[in-house]
Ligand binder design. Structure first.
Ligand SMILES: Cc1cc2nc3c(=O)[nH]c(=O)nc-3n(C[C@H](O)[C@H](O)[C@H](O)COP(=O)(O)OP(=O)(O)OC[C@H]3O[C@@H](n4cnc5c(N)ncnc54)[C@H](O)[C@@H]3O)c2cc1C
Ligand SMILES: NC(=O)c1ccc[n+]([C@@H]2O[C@H](COP(=O)([O-])OP(=O)(O)OC[C@H]3O[C@@H](n4cnc5c(N)ncnc54)[C@H](O)[C@@H]3O)[C@@H](O)[C@H]2O)c1
Length: 446
């Protein structure tokens, strides 16, 4: 029996930390978790969940517009931001309560304060020092804000959920997930959105044709994109407006939001006291069992900067608990991780893009369905969906699938099973279509 206060001390009650704490406790460990902000972490409090609820809220703008062609006349429609904001924040509070309850039900001691590591087996929380056989760093990541003069006047996704009122003109810096998701949301709410990117492409890592389709549709919806436009400085005017200086000249906005990546939360965490190494971005270096360079300290989730997605943090937390406290050594399989961008319309992908497949495999076959969904046709909405299935010409196996269009993330989740299982294109063809659906295009690809 250990003489220390706990078998496991988890720092950070987000996606990875909560799963690791709960499962380790279920395996019989005495567990404590420290959280400096709110139980649930980024995903629940200021990430996936409130973001997706805003995406739902935003989509009503198009649904109400399309409704007319389906015979529905909605008089006097009007959007009220405070109503949506407050309902979303209330839902976040409810979910945070459920996460807290889950930890308590599993007898995990919750310390609602910042923790720092003071040695290989010790942690300080406020005035108290605790000892533990194992420490798990699950502190996540925080928004990166560029250092150019005046950038402190901008906000990040953290603040976007709490805006007092919507800005009339919003500049979003970045071209990744958060930039495209929030550009879509705020544009649907009637905000004039400009996306500025320092490079010449959005959503690197996704299939080029799918990205192009999103760019094209986003521009038609009224979102302006400026490429190769690093922000040089931001000046706050006496009116409160922000003048943003860029290579193409200055422009005025009511708010600037940075969506320029997220950096691991290791600053001031005391990792050096235990010999825990971090990389050049501050991410904890770990082996394939999530063990750091200190044998008693592990790390999971965004703080390791492997794949910054909730389901990955959860898997890493589960694998850690099973390996260290469940006598079941488990490694996370990082191959074929599906992902989605909840833009308007959403896009999703799994496996190799067409470009990657051509580079890595040489001979590939690409099957595409480029179509206007039935609902869009009747609505008079000129938006086309695009599905792509990438096949290794030698083995006939599907090595990637990518799509943009209504409900693409929902459809892709199921297709990802086929890609992960390594099925052949002919096996897709054997499946009878569910008609009329959009997903049936996947079994009718010629
Ligand atoms: C706007 C936004 C939208 C997103 N949307 C999606 C999505 O749709 N799908 C998806 O898969 N992923 C999404 N993500 C990413 C996802 O939220 C993260 O990958 C995930 O939350 C990482 O989990 P984690 O456990 O590593 O860290 P987190 O969930 O960030 O948890 C870390 C916790 O540690 C706490 N903490 C930090 N330092 C200390 C300390 N010293 N002491 C005590 N506590 C500390 C923090 O307060 C935080 O609660 C989104 C992220 C953002 C920002
Ligand atoms: N739907 C989802 O699953 C989802 C949604 C939101 C966030 N996330 C996760 O959170 C992470 C962070 O999201 P994000 O959108 O901030 O990051 P990102 O990595 O997706 O995009 C960052 C963007 O900022 C640009 N950039 C980086 N540094 C810059 C600088 N100094 N000046 C100007 N531009 C700069 C990059 O070129 C890139 O376009 C994502 O990588 C993702 O893993 C996932």
């Amino acid at each position: 029996m250990s003489q220390r206060d706990f078998n496991l001390f988890v720092i950070g009650a987000g996606s990875g930390g909560v799963r690791a704490a709960r499962v380790s406790a279920a395996h019989g460990a005495k567990v404590a978790v420290a959280e400096e902000y709110r139980i649930g972490g980024t995903c629940v409090i200021r990430g996936c969940v409130p973001k997706k609820l805003l995406v739902y809220g935003a989509h009503f703008a198009e649904d109400l517009e399309d409704a007319r062609r389906f015979g529905w006349h909605v008089e006097g429609k009007r959007f009220d931001w405070p109503t949506l904001r407050d309902n979303v924040l209330a839902e976040v509070t409810r979910l945070s309560g459920l996460y807290t309850q889950t930890l308590e039900n599993n007898k995990v001691k919750i310390l609602q304060e910042r923790a720092v590591v003071t040695g290989p087996n010790s942690v300080r929380v406020g005035e108290c020092e605790y000892t533990a056989d194992v420490i798990l760093i699950a502190t996540g990541a925080r928004p990166h804000v560029p250092k150019q003069p005046g950038c402190e006047h901008g906000i990040t996704s953290n603040e976007a959920f709490h805006l007092e009122q919507l800005p009339k003109r919003l500049l979003i810096a970045g071209g990744g997930y958060i930039a495209n998701e929030f550009a879509g949301v705020f544009n649907e709410f009637g905000v004039k959105v400009t996306v500025v990117n320092r490079s010449d492409a959005i959503l690197r890592g996704y299939d080029a044709q799918i990205r192009d389709r999103l760019l094209q549709i986003s521009m038609i919806k009224g979102i302006q994109f400026l490429f190769n436009s690093p922000i040089e400085k931001i000046v706050k005017e006496s009116s409160g407006a922000l003048t943003v200086h860029m290579p193409g000249g200055p422009a005025e906005f009511d708010a600037v939001m940075f969506a320029t990546g997220r950096v691991p939360n290791t600053q001031g965490l005391g990792l050096e006291s235990a010999g825990v190494e971090v990389d050049e971005n501050g991410a904890v270096r770990v082996d394939d069992e999530s063990r750091s360079t200190c044998p008693s300290i592990y790390a999971v989730g965004d703080v390791t900067d492997r794949v910054q997605l909730t389901p990955v943090a959860i898997r890493e937390g589960q694998a850690f608990a099973d390996t260290v406290f469940g006598k079941k050594p488990t490694k996370v399989d990082y191959s074929c991780i599906p992902s989605a961008v909840f833009s308007h319309p959403p896009l999703a992908g799994v496996g190799m893009t067409e470009g990657e497949a051509r580079n890595r495999l040489g001979a590939v076959k690409v099957y595409t369905a480029d179509f206007r969904p039935m609902k869009n046709v009747l609505a008079g909405r000129n938006e086309r969906a695009l599905y792509k299935v990438i096949v290794d010409a030698a083995s006939e196996k599907i090595v990637g699938a990518h799509m943009i269009g209504p409900d693409a993330p929902e459809i892709l989740q199921v297709l990802a099973i086929a890609v992960k299982a390594g099925i052949r294109k002919s096996q897709l063809d054997e499946v009878v279509a569910v008609h009329p659906t959009m997903a049936e295009e996947l079994v009718l690809l010629k």
